[in-house]
Design a protein around this ligand. Structure first.
Ligand code: GTP
Ligand code: MG
Length: 887
């Protein structure tokens, strides 16, 4: 068996290390077209030889680390002593990339330089003489393209050979003779204190006075003082500090390498630069970004998403659907004929007339609707018919309705204006369409003409809940189990799965924007906006990641050097809607508009997230804990490119798969839990005996039996918190709490509470169920609904993201502060929305209106007051400001 070998992938941020790593190992680490994507190291073996282990490292600009993830890379290279290092160099940025290369060559390891993105060279009209470069660097150089899988085996092969032969890179003599002399003197002093391979590395570190790096050498005071003299002499001579001397001499040397090995294109604008002139334009940049986001959400939620999700919710999970068009046509024809005969109107009209005439109509409608009808039902109907006939009931003036139950006028138009009791209000000259007199015989005909049943026609596929109910009933399963499976599991998990089409479409677009390079421009554009509010564009990168999932979003804050900004970004970034919050947004869209006309609602929530972050940041920046200037934001803009279909598809798949996996695990478990809590309880209704049990099967259980469940008890006890926000009912409270486990739970909890899986007569559609929670006295309370969504968007994220924040903060005090702030902020925003809506739409003014205004005034004060001056002595703000590592 061949000897095992471990190879580190090192290089600048965004040079393609993770792309290479994925390609070599078949992993699917996160790739994005902006710097700082990878923040933790990751290991995997080569697809072609399990003895070769690769480590993907966070990108670094130099081996003098500033931010936490840079430390990971430096430590791994210096202390981890990999068998070989592949130093990946982005050829479109070769000059800056070689800076790190000169340092890596000094680490006393076998090194192979991979010139990545060679596919872009030709397009840019550039050429690199890699043979010559290899000679100048003293290590092998291989031209590759990680994205297009070009020459990768040659690269790995060379690295494996160098590693096995332990061909240690010697470093380049890139410094001036005086500095080289000084380094030699230092080397003579410290030789013996370190491994011979690292002598040059440590000599340079001593020269730079990098005290952290040379700590392991344990040099004596005398040694340090001797060397200090040598260093000071050169500093005096050059009138510069030793660290800068090293840096500038490295760059001077790189310039000579560039001259010798690189043929640059004549200075005309590349395509990327031309595009950037527009999209990063001072004036146009932000509007273009907003327009793109609106477009993305519109396509995902309205154009493609809504029809797809409607199909899933209405057909797959509710009514079933046809796979044969002739079967469907036959059914539709029969159904239309049946509707035209107005049987429903005749039945309800006749029953109403009978009731007026004093005939007992109890349970008649139910008996007629029952499917299948029992002997009891048939008896009830016959009894009613006899009684009505005896009483001589004849119904007149029965209004005609269409298939959806709307009243029609004589012209056949729908009458849309209704009074409080739901009776039609007629306009001038309009007349209500009524049926001819309905006699007992007409009634009997209507009852005997059952509504055409889809099941009787060709090519009909039943909805999942109907089919499952059917199987379970046939198998003689008990009602408890049927309810658990159909209402709990199918209703809960199914309602979450119903949003897959939208999630999929959204990610197809977001992943494209990320991978082609546009999102890094947005970070650049947002930097200009953020900077005014004391945040840096660096804080925007985690937000882009958070639009997929908050967990990697919080991790991405590691690239922020300044501790204040890092903490603040970690606690605010989850306010951006993630994929799990998308169904909530989609629900509101569905309720408000059934889609199209309210196209702006969904992007509004995204922009609300950004606005909430900015407002919070401004308020927090004016407190002592977070004060400080934003770090300078220097980021190179990578060239635009067409993402490879493979990596694009992989990205989308990963996120959709994560969503599905969550539905099958956490959401599944939570749905079962919610079902148990909402179906078991005490029979506390009138006439109930107060015993504990499965509510719907208990004697005399009302239709609203869930009001007596355990969940209603818990939700009810906590609902006072949300009363001022307008959604203080137990259902909304319970949903909000369950959403803390995973945000999708909000939707799945509805699914269970409104029995969406249960396709019987009185079940309601998803939109309707959601609207019901906010319907007071027949009117939809839009303010309460928006407050509910706003609170759930902005409050603490799901458990997984909270755990990540906790690890990231590394301090329980900070963690609880973060969670408290998020919940408090979400609550205040919800309060403002609801109270302002009530004031302006309903004209209600009360205690909570006053509270809302006071809180608003406090927020405005904190937002607009001048930046307070802190005593800099007790607050080491400036000390925390790291320098920007980019040269
Ligand atoms: N055109 C082209 N693009 C590439 C190539 N290799 C990688 N990319 C793109 O470069 C971008 C950055 O790739 P990553 O693999 O995330 O870079 P990284 O070095 O891991 O970046 P960090 O994790 O931030 O250090 C992605 O958009 C890749 O698709 C290549 O050979 N050619
Ligand atoms: Mg990476």
């Amino acid at each position: 068996m061949a000897e095992k070998i471990d190879i580190a992938l090192a290089g600048n941020p965004n040079c393609g290390k993770t792309t290479l790593f994925n390609e070599l190992t078949g992993s699917n680490g996160y790739v994005g077209n902006w710097p700082g994507v990878t923040v933790e190291k990751k290991e995997a073996v080569w697809k072609k030889d399990a003895d070769v282990l690769f480590t993907d490292l966070p990108g670094i600009y130099s081996l003098s680390p500033y931010s936490p993830e840079e430390v990971v890379s430096r430590d791994f290279i210096i202390s981890g002593r990999p068998s070989a290092i592949i130093d990946l160099v982005d050829v479109t940025n070769i000059e800056r990339n070689l800076y790190l290369t000169t340092q890596i060559l000094e680490t006393g390891r076998p090194v192979v330089v991979g010139l990545n993105m060679c596919d872009l060279l030709e397009q840019r009209g550039e050429k690199i003489d890699s043979k010559r470069l290899s000679k100048m660097l003293g290590v092998p150089v291989v031209e590759v393209s990680a994205l297009r899988s070009k020459n990768l085996d040659a690269l790995v092969g060379t690295a494996v050979d160098s590693g096995r032969a332990n061909k240690v890179a010697q470093g380049v003599k890139c410094f001036s003779p005086e500095v080289e002399d000084a380094l030699q003197t230092i080397a003579n002093t410290i030789t013996g204190s370190c491994a011979p391979d690292l002598l040059r590395w440590y000599s340079i570190k001593v020269f730079e006075r990098d005290s952290a790096a040379i700590e392991p050498l344990n040099l004596s005071k005398q040694q340090l003082e001797d060397m200090e003299k040598v260093i000071e002499a050169i500093e005096r001579d050059r009138d510069d500090d030793s660290e800068s001397i090293i840096t500038s001499e490295r760059y001077e040397w790189i310039a000579t390498v560039m001259d010798a090995c690189v043929v640059k294109a004549p200075g005309k604008l590349t395509v990327s630069e031309k595009i950037d002139r527009v999209v990063t334009n001072r004036v146009l940049g932000l509007p273009i970004f907003i327009a793109i986001m609106i477009g993305v959400y519109w396509v995902a939620l309205v154009a493609v998403g809504t029809p797809a999700t409607d199909w899933v919710n209405d057909q797959l999970f509710s009514d079933g659907f046809f796979v044969s068009s002739s079967g469907q046509a036959a059914f539709e024809e029969a159904d239309e004929a049946w509707q035209d005969a107005h049987y429903t109107d005749q039945i309800s009209g006749y029953i109403a007339a009978a009731e007026e005439a004093g005939v007992d109509t109890d349970g008649v409608q139910d008996a007629i609707d029952a499917d299948p009808q029992t002997a009891d039902d048939e008896a009830t109907i016959t009894e009613f018919e006899d009684a009505a006939e005896k009483a001589g009931v004849v119904a007149t003036d029965v209004p005609v309705t269409d298939a959806d139950g709307n009243y029609l006028d004589t012209e056949g138009n729908v009458i849309t204006t209704l009074d409080e009791d739901g009776n039609p209000v007629l306009a001038e000259g309009q007349e209500l369409d009524v049926l001819p007199t309905v006699t007992a015989a007409d009634f009997a005909t209507a009852v005997d003409s059952p509504e055409p049943d889809q099941h009787d026609y060709d090519g009909f596929v039943d909805s999942i809940p109907n089919a499952v109910t059917g199987w379970l009933t046939d198998a003689g399963t008990s009602n408890v189990v049927i309810s658990l499976v159909v209402d709990g599991i199918i209703g809960g998990v199914g309602s979450v799965l119903g949003f897959i089409p939208q999630i999929f479409v959204l990610f197809v677009m977001l992943c494209f924007l990320e991978d082609c390079g546009y999102m890094s421009r947005v970070a650049f554009v947002m930097d200009r906006v953020f900077r005014r509010f004391g945040l840096s564009g660096k804080s925007f990168i985690p937000m882009i990641v958070s639009s997929g999932c908050g967990v990697p979003g919080v991790l991405a804050t590691k690239t922020i050097e300044n501790e204040h900004d890092r903490r603040m970004t970690a606690m605010l970034t989850t306010m951006i809607p993630c994929s799990a919050k998308l169904p909530i947004i989609a629900l509101v869209m569905g309720v408000l508009a059934g889609g199209s006309s309210m196209w702006w609602v969904a992007p509004m929530f995204y922009l609300m997230g950004i606005a909430a972050i900015i407002i919070s940041a401004v308020m927090l920046k004016k407190t002592k804990r977070f004060a400080g200037e934003p770090v300078p934001f220097v980021m190179e803009l990578p060239d635009y490119h067409m993402p490879s279909i493979k990596s694009w598809a992989l990205h989308v798949w990963e996120r959709v798969a994560a969503y599905v996996k969550k539905a099958g695990t956490i959401i599944f478990a939570a749905a079962v839990g919610i079902w148990v809590l909402s179906n078991f309880g005490l029979a506390g209704w009138e006439g109930g005996d107060g015993s504990f049990g499965f509510l719907q099967a208990m004697d005399g259980a009302p239709e609203t039996y869930m009001d007596y469940s355990i969940l209603a008890g818990i939700g009810g006890a906590l609902s006072f918190i949300f009363m001022p926000l307008g959604f203080g009912n137990w259902q909304a409270t319970a949903s909000t709490i369950s959403a803390l486990i995973a945000k999708e739970n909000l939707v799945s909890t509805f699914g269970v509470l409104y029995g969406l899986g249960d396709a019987t007569e009185n079940s309601v559609s998803m939109w309707q169920g959601f609207a019901n929670m906010f319907t007071i006295a027949g009117t939809l309370h839009v303010g309460a609904m928006c407050a509910f969504v706003a609170f759930n968007m902005l409050c603490a994220p799901c458990f997984a993201a909270m755990g990540t924040i906790r690890r990231q903060m590394d301090d329980p005090k900070w963690f609880w502060f973060a969670i408290g702030f998020e919940c408090g902020f979400g609550w205040v925003v919800g309060l403002l929305i609801n109270q302002l809506y009530e004031l302006f739409v309903f004209g209600n003014f009360g205690f909570w209106t006053v509270v809302a205004f006071v809180l608003l005034a406090l927020m405005l004060f904190q937002l607009f007051r001048p930046m307070p001056k802190w005593d800099e002595k007790d607050e080491h703000i400036l000390d925390n400001l790291a320098e920007e590592p980019v040269a």
